[in-house]
Ligand binder design. Sequence first.
Ligand SMILES: Cc1cc2nc3c(=O)[nH]c(=O)nc-3n(C[C@H](O)[C@H](O)[C@H](O)COP(=O)(O)OP(=O)(O)OC[C@H]3O[C@@H](n4cnc5c(N)ncnc54)[C@H](O)[C@@H]3O)c2cc1C
Length: 115
Amino acid sequence: MVYATSRAADEVADMDHVRRLISETKKFVTESCQKVVHNAMQVVGGIGYTNVLPLERIYRDIRLASIWTGTNEVMAMIVAHEWYREHGKHKAAKLARDYARDAAEADAADEIIYE
Ligand SMILES: Cc1cc2nc3c(=O)[nH]c(=O)nc-3n(C[C@H](O)[C@H](O)[C@H](O)COP(=O)(O)OP(=O)(O)OC[C@H]3O[C@@H](n4cnc5c(N)ncnc54)[C@H](O)[C@@H]3O)c2cc1C
């Protein structure tokens, strides 16, 4: 995922798309690393918490990865924002389905009140 995103950053001209890929990758990869280290500590037990193994250091360091260079909550917002923009582009080009039309009562306009 990191290599594919890095290649896209080098080669793809659509920076909105690349921004989404980078944010998705940063969030997914850092959270996956946290799970891996968490599981490693689970496997070795209490000694993993001590400094005779490097795990406690890795555990702390990988926690930072979801905070710095933009927190993962901010990554989630960027991903949602870019998806919305991409979807909007397709909608403008009439490539996307209008999901609201899937409802049985889609034409009951009087029932749809946004307040
Ligand atoms: C060791 C270290 C080195 C650093 N080095 C650099 C550097 O070299 N250059 C640089 O520019 N910066 C650097 N930083 C700063 C780093 O990028 C910021 O810490 C990071 O972007 C998070 O910002 P913040 O700490 O102000 O947290 P805040 O923005 O105050 O966020 C606090 C918490 O609230 C959450 N949050 C904030 N807004 C929202 C929202 N709208 N919705 C949901 N949750 C939200 C965040 O996810 C986070 O959990 C460094 C930080 C550290 C810890």
